[in-house]
Design a protein around this ligand. Structure first.
Ligand code: MRU
Length: 370
């Protein structure tokens, strides 16, 4: 997507430097900074400390981390250790495990001397695939948005609500939940997006920055506003991303997503999840019981990061001295609250049958290993 007229992906390979370049998201939306990752250690820190974040982007970064490690040491031991270290950085987003298993399974049978080159080619493949998956999700989501638009008077905007950042910054390009928005806007469908702030890390500010850069009308609202907006009939459709969706369609996503789904159900607002297939965890059925929920540092809730009037980017304390913070980073929305899953192969019910109909080969493979 474009920043100041120049096309960027959220990460890219610098051949001359032999390094991965990323947009360092810790500073957004206040400052656009690019960082260079040269080693496995750089990449594990960047994922753990959220320089990069968002399930698909974490997966792609991990694939490049494997490539960087293979260029230093392509041995079996280095391969396995790199996978284990990266896997421990963030527990909830399944794209991390998916990308690491894919890299390890592809590289392990290869002669050691060919692994560095193969690992880099695979990382490029994973990154390109993500961009293409998102483009297709955009097309399927666009059809849903067009259908809502067709019931409105010409010029009246389709009003969407989204939570967290499932935008191009959270993926390699286009985003998942935002891809239908970008395609709709580019096709001339008038939109207005309610962007949840998404405390404590305020990923909504990233979404707002993205949508603003693309000229999409939106309002940045506090997390608690969603129920009220839906009761007043101001939301036509909710679209969110996901960090892990189970084979029966339970959706794990950023903390607060479940409350939006409850409010949507109570107000008959369609609640859709943009779901790239690498985010489906075919090994898991019951999201609530089986998905590990990342517990992040309490300081993320007691302090906020922002730009001061003097222009510095600083943390300030919002909770009283000594207050204990609790910080579960994700929650699970049970499948019965989800209207549909927008995947790269089309839209389906949030159910085992729905997912198996779109991905029969993967459902069958999972059934065999279960
Ligand atoms: O903690 P984060 O910022 O990595 O969480 C990101 C989200 O929850 C996104 O909504 C999700 O990864 C989907 S991104 C396409």
């Amino acid at each position: 997507m474009k920043v100041d007229g120049r096309h960027y992906r959220s990460l890219w390979w610098d051949d001359d430097a032999g390094a991965l370049r990323i947009i360092d998201q810790r500073w957004l939306p206040h400052d656009f900074r690019i960082a260079e990752l040269r080693t496995l250690d750089d990449c594990t820190a960047a994922i753990r400390d959220m320089w990069v974040r968002g399930a698909p982007l974490i997966g792609a970064t991990a694939a490049y981390a494997m490539a960087l490690r293979m260029a230093e040491d392509p041995s079996d031991a280095a391969l396995d250790l790199a996978r284990d270290r990266l896997r421990a950085t963030r527990p909830t987003a399944v794209n991390l495990r998916w990308a690491l298993d894919r890299c390890r399974d592809a590289l392990r049978p290869l002669p050691v001397r060919t692994r560095a080159e193969a690992a880099l080619a695979l990382a490029h493949e994973i990154a390109d695939e993500d961009a293409e998956i998102n483009r297709r999700i955009g097309e399927h989501g666009l059809a849903l948005i067009r259908e809502i638009a067709s019931r409105k008077t010409p010029g009246e905007p389709v009003r969407l609500l989204t939570h967290c950042n499932a935008g191009w910054l959270a993926t390699v390009d286009l985003g998942t939940a935002t891809s239908p928005m970008y395609l709709a806007h580019d096709a001339g469908v008038p939109l207005h997006v309610w962007v949840d702030e998404t405390r404590p890390r305020n990923q909504g500010a990233l979404t707002s920055w993205e949508l603003g850069s693309h000229g999409i009308r939106h309002s940045y609202v506090v997390d608690n506003a969603g129920g009220h907006l839906m009761q007043r009939g101001l939301v036509d459709m909710v679209i969110v991303g996901t960090d892990r969706t189970t084979r029966r369609g339970d959706v794990c996503n950023k903390i607060g997503t479940y409350l939006k789904a409850l409010a949507a159900r109570d107000n008959a607002v369609p609640f859709y999840v943009a779901l790239p297939s690498p985010t489906i965890d075919w090994t898991v059925e019951d999201g609530l019981a089986e998905i590990p929920i990342e517990e992040r540092a309490p300081r993320e809730t007691t302090h906020v990061l922002g730009r001061t009037e003097a222009g510095g980017i600083e943390h300030v304390q919002v909770a009283p001295e000594g207050a204990e913070g609790g910080n579960p980073a994700f929650d699970v929305t049970p499948n019965h609250l989800v209207t549909g899953l927008i995947t790269e192969r089309g839209v389906c019910d949030a159910s085992a049958e729905g997912l198996a109909a779109l991905f029969p080969e993967r459902a069958a493979a999972a059934g065999k290993t279960a």
